[in-house]
Design a protein around this ligand. Structure first.
Ligand SMILES: [Zn+2]
Length: 329
């Protein structure tokens, strides 16, 4: 395992979080030669060693996880209830966070089309009768319609598709999903994950256009419907976007709980390396060896001299009645 260099550029050297407890001199006093020498030693040798030792500790199990940070800003989901001042607790677009997509998966970039986005179409409306959030459906008295939207990818390079989802109902009719990319396709092509991947890998800043066409035989038939489409692109490598974390063994001793015989609220500890900058409350961790979901309830960075070395995270199991149980992986 290569030793990662601490991300010195992202640390705030000039803004100590804690002052000198002795108050004998101001922190970081430039005349303090000994202090400077120590700081330099710490920065260049000791702290990287601490970070490395954390990663190599033998009293822990190293586990692969997927990591999802909860969204805390962005456009508001259509499920948001102004009266209640809260998102819908079971919304399948924002997963109760109020922000479409709900979570950002480490190592990926998510592109999501849902009803709060800009779109245009023919004979299509957002049908609030379906519930919250509303779905796209054919207007009354019509048998054919479509909607379109655009997507411009942020980066020049992607490595593949991590996951994707197209959520629709045929009703009594049919739903057709197509896409095309500027300067690549002369006409719409059927949407498949393979077709999307090919275009994402050859994107080079070109715009993607998507079209969902809905059709029914008579206007009395139940309308086809469409809710959302999303895909996550791999941004680091072609491999699944895994993180390794250390889990102290004493925390994993409850064998029955391991196999789901006992569900417990007892939190366990995960130690994340400096590969991620922040772990926040209500972030989601998927432990892959047993496919369990964990919700972060406490997180503190270890950042001596303001250089991040690791995060100590407490997380508890997510239960099947919680919305986080349903967040797509
Ligand atoms: Zn929502």
């Amino acid at each position: 395992m290569a030793i990662r260099r601490p991300r010195a550029n992202s640390a705030h050297h000039l803004q100590p979080r804690y002052g000198d407890p002795s108050n004998s001199r101001s922190h970081g006093d430039p005349t303090d030669i000994v202090g400077d020498a120590f700081n330099k030693l710490a920065r260049e040798q000791l702290i990287p060693q601490i970070a490395n030792r954390t990663r190599n500790a033998i009293s822990v199990d190293r586990r692969e996880v997927f990591y999802y940070s909860r969204l805390r800003s962005g456009s508001r989901c259509t499920c948001y209830d102004a009266g209640e001042g809260a998102p819908h607790g079971l919304c399948q677009i924002c997963w109760g966070t109020g922000f479409p997509g709900g979570f950002h998966k480490y190592g990926t970039e998510t592109y999501l089309f849902e009803p709060s986005r800009q779109w245009w179409g023919v004979n299509v409306q957002l049908n609030p009768l379906v519930g919250v959030p509303p779905w796209f459906a054919l207007e009354p008295d019509t048998t054919f319609g479509y909607i379109e939207w655009d997507e411009t990818l942020h980066r020049g390079q992607y490595y593949g598709i991590d996951s994707s989802r197209f959520e629709f109902r045929n009703g009594d009719g049919t739903v057709k999903f197509e896409m095309k990319m500027d300067g690549y396709d002369t006409a719409f092509v059927p949407y498949t994950e393979v077709a999307l991947k090919e275009r994402a890998l050859n994107n080079q800043g070109r715009r993607l256009r998507f079209r969902v066409t809905m059709e029914r035989t008579t206007a009395q038939d139940r309308s086809p419907m469409f809710l959302q489409h999303w895909y996550r692109l791999l941004v680091n490598s072609v491999e699944p976007p895994l993180l390794w974390v250390d889990i102290p063994r004493r925390n994993e001793s409850n064998v029955l709980a391991e196999y789901g015989a006992i569900e417990t609220f007892q939190p366990i500890q995960f130690v994340f390396s400096d590969e991620i900058q922040q772990v926040n409350l209500e972030d989601l961790i998927i432990r892959l060896f047993d496919n369990t979901r964990w919700k972060v309830i406490e997180s503190s960075p270890n950042d001596p001299q303001n250089i991040l070395t690791s995060h100590d995270v407490q997380a508890r199991k997510v239960f099947s009645h919680e919305i986080m149980w349903l967040v797509p992986l």
